[in-house]
Design a binder for this molecule. Structure first.
Ligand code: PSU
Ligand code: MN
Length: 306
């Protein structure tokens, strides 16, 4: 464990890490910026329960009063869910000032990876990652999540990326930076709400044991960086691609018209897509996070057994 004066590891999480037991990290931006209250809190607590049920200890990650928290209490999860977007969305560039000032921050994939690594956690489950936005060739809007995957050794289990992003450019960026993109039980990159995107992943892997072995081998080879595991949404919860793509196109047009940019872009698009699809997308979003939590817990357990 890399000790850090700003890090607080929840006792249950610290004990599991010290004993070589499986732990799964979870992000807090999905709670405060990704879903409405109270579904955000219910989902976050259910995700923790699912992780325990599958043999691992959950560690929801956030910044509270300038402290980097690896593992939250139910009260702290409630606090994040209730405050919602009033809590700053914290990426890598926000960490120093938030900690110096003693403020709160909701951790994105980037900062969750950073804090998980500080605490010694290897596997992280979420819904979707940030990536290269459509039109990035002029806006240069590329999520810091991709840089973090390139440099920080944490496995991120997600349901692919939403087509609010340019999925082709996102894959190109990951390739350039040496991030393996794995499809769990699929050769095709899933697109979050749907199981298909038309793009191929680098490798299909079909078991948690093989995922764990590939990731451990990456460390043993001395290669830096993470691994992206893309786990398709279960068929019964996947959405009609036409419905979702129409909503995404409309959301992108609205964002452009309203001059939305920077860190506000992703939350704006996510909220618009949810409004335009009448809440169906929220139900799918919740189910895919549960599905990723199950796979991450099994993979963390398999890693510990290697
Ligand atoms: N994509 C989703 N749901 C999310 C996010 C992205 O489908 O909740 C959140 C994650 O926390 C991710 C962040 O790390 O948005 C990326 O933001 P940006 O594009 O500003 O880097
Ligand atoms: Mn951005």
């Amino acid at each position: 464990m890399q000790l850090n004066k700003f890090l607080d590891v929840k006792p249950e999480v610290a004990e599991a890490i010290a004993a070589g037991k499986p732990v799964v990290a979870l992000e807090s931006t999905i709670i405060s910026h990704g879903m409405p209250y109270p579904q955000n809190v219910q989902t976050a607590l259910e995700v923790e329960r699912i992780i325990r049920e599958n043999g691992a200890v959950p560690a929801t990650i956030a910044i509270i009063g300038g402290r980097l928290k690896a593992g939250l209490t139910a009260e702290e999860i409630e606090y994040f869910g209730k405050k919602g977007t009033a809590i700053a969305k914290a990426s890598r560039r926000d960490l120093a000032v938030l900690c110096a000032r003693g403020e709160d921050g909701a951790t994105t994939v980037t900062t969750t990876m950073i804090i998980a690594h500080m605490a010694g956690i290897k596997v992280f489950a979420t819904g979707g990652i940030g990536g290269v936005h459509r039109g990035a060739e002029t806006t240069m809007d590329i999520s810091a999540d991709l840089e973090e995957l390139a440099s920080t050794p944490v496995m991120v289990v997600c349901a692919g990326a939403k087509s609010i992003l340019d999925l082709g450019l996102t894959l190109e960026y990951l390739e350039t930076h040496g991030v393996p993109v794995i499809g769990y039980g699929t050769k095709e990159l899933p697109a979050f709400y749907t199981r298909k995107s038309g793009f191929s992943v680098d490798y299909e892997i079909d078991t948690p044991e093989e995922l764990a072995k590939a990731f451990k081998t990456q460390h043993e080879l001395g290669l830096r960086g993470g691994m992206l595991v893309t786990n398709p949404i279960p068929e019964e919860y996947s959405m009609d691609p036409d419905v979702i793509n129409k909503a995404i196109d409309e959301a992108i047009e609205e964002a452009k018209a309203a001059g939305i940019h920077g860190k506000a872009t992703t939350p704006f698009l996510l909220a618009k897509v949810k409004d335009l699809t009448g809440g169906n997308s929220l139900a799918s979003n919740i189910q895919l996070v549960y599905n990723n939590a199950r796979l991450a817990a099994k993979t963390a357990a398999a890693y510990c057994a290697l």
